[in-house]
Design a protein around this ligand. Structure first.
Ligand SMILES: [Zn+2]
Length: 246
């Protein structure tokens, strides 16, 4: 591998840790993927499609341009067939630095019924108070056209569900993305359980506004990232060197 800039090397380490830790949290399974925008380039980093999610290493990642062409890391394997989720959203959303596509068990349930819609019920789900659109097509998103259709469904929102398939969550960077994915599925589980015991009262716009007015996203991201890195290192999911970077 050619010499990497510090920022690319750091991004690679964050993606590898994020991927392994999301597996450890039962949020990523045998499929799903994390991408990060390479600063100043129309290109992103993503894992090869066949690399096991619980074994992703920084050097495994491939560099893909926004047309889906592999620019580096070809020898590591092809990008995932659903890479177009990432390329088309990165093109449409210059504010997005990192994307997760995954197939969460609980959040996906809310694409299967008309009776209970996905809604923010836990305070940290205030991030999605503007809404979480549901993409109507459950197919694999394995073409530019279907990637663009999903990017259109996502629009300016921070997450979308894909009917009978999964979810896409976007954030400014990989660490914030990790924390958002944890809260996204945690909120879905809370909603599922609340709906089982009674009528659900989701967060109101006023409650979300009040919560967010005193919420420091960077501080919260740092705290949760560092916690999960510690837990994952103890469990042998990532090596101890990540702790010094957390
Ligand atoms: Zn998928």
């Amino acid at each position: 591998m050619a010499t990497l800039s510090n920022s690319e090397a750091a991004l690679r380490r964050d993606i590898a840790a994020c991927t392994r830790m999301l597996v450890h949290e039962n949020i990523l399974g045998y499929s799903g993927h994390i991408s990060a925008r390479l600063p100043g380039r129309d290109a992103l980093l993503i894992q090869p499609g066949l690399r096991s999610r619980d074994e992703v290493n920084p050097e495994d990642l491939v560099v893909v341009d926004f047309d889906g062409n592999v620019l580096a890391g070809k020898e590591n394997g092809k990008p995932p067939s659903e890479v177009f989720i990432h390329t088309e959203i990165m093109k449409a959303r210059p504010d997005v630095g990192a994307i997760a596509h995954f197939h969460p068990e609980t959040a996906t349930l809310f694409t299967l019924t008309d009776d209970v819609a996905f809604a923010p019920v836990k305070n940290h789900a205030a991030r999605w108070i503007a809404g979480t659109p549901v993409h109507p097509d459950p197919s694999h998103i394995d073409s530019k056209e279907s990637g663009r259709a999903l990017a259109d469904t996502l629009g300016a929102y921070e997450a979308a569900l894909i009917r009978a398939h999964g979810a896409v969550v976007v954030a400014e960077d990989v660490r914030a993305l990790f924390v958002d994915c944890v809260h996204f599925e945690e909120n879905a589980e809370a909603l599922y359980r609340a709906a089982a015991i009674g009528r659900v009262n989701p967060l109101t716009a006023e409650e979300a506004k009040s919560f967010l007015s005193s919420f420091d996203r960077n501080w919260h991201t740092g705290k949760l990232w560092s916690y999960h890195v510690g837990v994952a290192a103890k469990a042998g999911v990532i090596d101890d060197s990540y702790k010094s970077e957390a």
